[in-house]
Write a protein that binds this ligand. Structure first.
Ligand code: HMG
Ligand code: MG
Length: 296
């Protein structure tokens, strides 16, 4: 087990992108500012994707302009192409995340590009980012199954993760987009990728559709991963992965990590408060069991 874990909080992006209600820019800014006050060191703040594809992220520039950036916190944003990179840079982003998948069909549905075409789109972004001093994270989706193709061969996951790392992504986040994986499969997938990409450059990103996310996180911690993506109150879902539900809840991950004696630097009561605040805003109960238990 690692001594310390960094949580990448994806609530403001993955957590909100699939919401149909108009959340409002001020609330998105308040969410990020609240999260900045919990000890988190990475907060994915927005996505500079096409507003036609994901309307909820249309105000990404205003969100970036409105937040109070705390020293020592990274605020990565998603970019799908050079146009998104230019918007992100103009909005003052200092870290971006490119995203592709291990499954061809999912990537076509999500970005209107095949896997290799998306990698080709990222090449000039990574070149520019190097010159601009911008750090780039990379996502691989559908690492444990695809909503359109079903099983995804491990070699495809390894190939795409390796390509992103070779292009210069400092960290590769392995996404179980539809939350279908189970612990032994998650562990085997991570281990296969780690045979080509250093474990220190890998992160895990589990959705909880089948209730396996926390178990999968534990299995991957045992395998040696030290970076875990999660969303406060268990918000989340990808609009182009039908049936996918929220991310593993940040509060639940932090509660488990602290119980294992693993350092996160996060103030759990403050994080849980933020999760309940977000759930109220979205008009539902928090999706975090720990968040609910702490309020009882
Ligand atoms: P396209 O339609 O092929 O793009 O979409 P296009 O270049 O033909 O442009 C179409 C229109 O969009 C044009 O506007 C462009 O200007 C505009 P028009 O001329 O029609 O008025 N446009 C943009 N506007 C703003 N920002 C941009 C941008 N790019 C084009 N960056 C595209 C291709 C990649 C743009 C589109 O498919 C897209 O935006 N996809 C993003 C989908 C998405 O955000 N999905 C969710 C995030 S991924 C995820 O959730 C998984 C993850 O969590 C990990 C996991 O769970 O597995 C990361
Ligand atoms: Mg996701």
């Amino acid at each position: 087990m690692p001594a310390a874990v960094r949580i990448v909080e994806v609530g403001p992006r993955d957590g909100l992108q699939n919401e149909k209600i108009d959340i409002g820019t001020a609330h998105k800014i308040e969410l990020i500012n609240r999260l900045s006050n919990t000890g988190l060191r990475s907060i994915e703040a927005a996505a500079f994707v096409s507003p036609k594809w994901v309307p909820q992220m249309a105000d990404a520039s205003d969100v970036m302009a409105g937040i109070t950036r705390a020293p020592g916190i990274r605020y990565p944003v998603l970019v799908p192409n050079e146009a998104g990179y230019a918007r992100a840079l103009a909005a003052g982003a200092t870290e971006v995340a490119v995203f592709t998948a291990a499954s061809e069909t999912f990537n076509l549905k999500n970005t209107n590009a095949g896997i290799d075409e998306s990698l080709a789109r990222f090449a000039p972004i990574l070149e520019r980012a190097k010159q601009d001093g911008i750090q780039v994270r990379g996502y691989v989706s559908t690492v444990l199954g695809c909503p359109y193709q079903g099983d995804v061969p491990l070699r495809d996951v390894v190939r795409v993760a390796t390509a992103l790392h070779a292009m210069g992504c400092y960290e590769i986040s392995l996404g179980d987009t539809i939350g279908i994986g189970t612990p032994a499969k998650a562990r085997a997938m991570l281990s296969a990728v780690a045979s080509e990409v250093p474990m220190a450059a890998l992160a895990i990103h589990f959705h909880d559709t089948w209730g396996q996310a926390l178990a999968n996180v534990l299995a991957c911690l045992e395998e040696g991963v030290t970076v875990v993506d999660a969303a406060v109150s268990g918000a989340g879902g990808c609009p182009y992965a039908k049936g996918a539900s929220g991310n593993v809840a940040s509060e639940d991950v932090v509660y488990m990590l602290h119980g294992l004696g693993i350092h996160t630097g996060i103030d759990l009561p403050k994080l849980a408060d933020t999760g309940r605040w977000l759930a109220r805003l979205l008009g539902r109960e928090t999706g975090s069991k720990a968040g609910k238990a702490m309020a009882a």
